[in-house]
Design a protein around this ligand. Structure first.
Ligand code: URA
Length: 253
């Protein structure tokens, strides 16, 4: 762990701007070790600082969230953005928190967010072929040949120049199916069903790689700590927090 200037650390974690940090420090809100600190230029370790008696947010933030319908995975589009479901200061962090891939506005389910660029890259790089599992509701009944078409490795999507990698389609009944993809193309599930003459009317993601939704409810999120061991489950709207049970922990780690 490296030392960082106190005002820079507070600003990087979104607590305050560097300019305003001076005021926070002057009024005795910041503790370093067991002493109140009055010097914004002092270099500190992250884990020795407290704001109003509370330890700082993690230096690196990785979150699993149950995305509700109608929420947009973007920093700058108009409408309700996914970041508005998180505590305000997390939106002000440097480096910024971003979604790992995206879900469409009308898609629900598991979305991961992180400010760790390497992790984001590892989980979205086409080379890594991280699996994503979706539950799909269709407008028209399945015909029967879709499983083979999805698995073929030759299914072409409109406007693309390469066929989709083989995908695993499991029909649940005539109008419902589960799909496992190892790519992340734009609107991929919807476009794959369009390519076989159908239309997706509802889409939900339950798994991303080794992660699943566990006991999360819509709008709730889990913060992973250290080596992605999550310690608490939170809904910002209700501002409630509870410890995860052992089963919930093992479901997501
Ligand atoms: N495929 C889609 O069509 N939409 C999503 O949100 C995710 C995968």
């Amino acid at each position: 762990m490296t030392k960082t200037r106190l005002d820079k650390l507070l600003s990087n974690l979104g607590y305050t701007t560097r300019k305003e940090a001076k005021g926070w420090i002057k009024t005795g809100r910041i503790q370093v070790g067991d002493k109140i600190c009055y010097d914004e230029s002092i270099k500190v370790y992250h884990n020795e600082v407290r704001v109003d008696g509370e330890l700082l947010d993690p230096p690196t933030l990785t979150i699993a969230m149950y995305k509700p319908k109608g929420v947009i995975c973007s920093h700058n589009e108009s409408g309700k953005l996914i970041y508005s479901l998180l505590p305000h200061r997390w939106r002000l962090r440097t480096p910024p928190l971003s979604t790992i891939g995206r879900l469409d506005k009308d898609t629900t389910g598991l979305i991961l967010l992180t400010d760790d660029g390497d992790l984001n890259h590892r989980l979205t790089s086409p080379k890594k072929k991280v699996s994503k599992r979706y539950q799909v509701t269709l407008q028209n009944p399945l015909r029967g040949d879709e499983v083979t078409q999805f698995a073929s490795g030759s299914l072409m999507l409109k406007g693309d120049d390469k066929p989709c990698l083989p995908a695993l389609l499991t029909p649940l009944d005539s109008y419902h199916a589960e799909v496992i993809l190892t790519e992340g193309r734009y609107h991929q599930v919807k476009r794959m069903f369009e390519a076989v003459g159908n239309r997706v009317v509802a889409l939900h993601r339950s798994h991303f790689g080794e992660f699943d939704l566990g006991e999360l409810r819509e709008g709730e999120f889990i913060v992973f700590r250290g080596s992605l061991n999550q310690v608490s489950i939170k809904s910002h709207q209700s501002d409630q927090s509870r410890e995860l049970s052992a089963e919930e922990n093992s479901a997501l780690v």
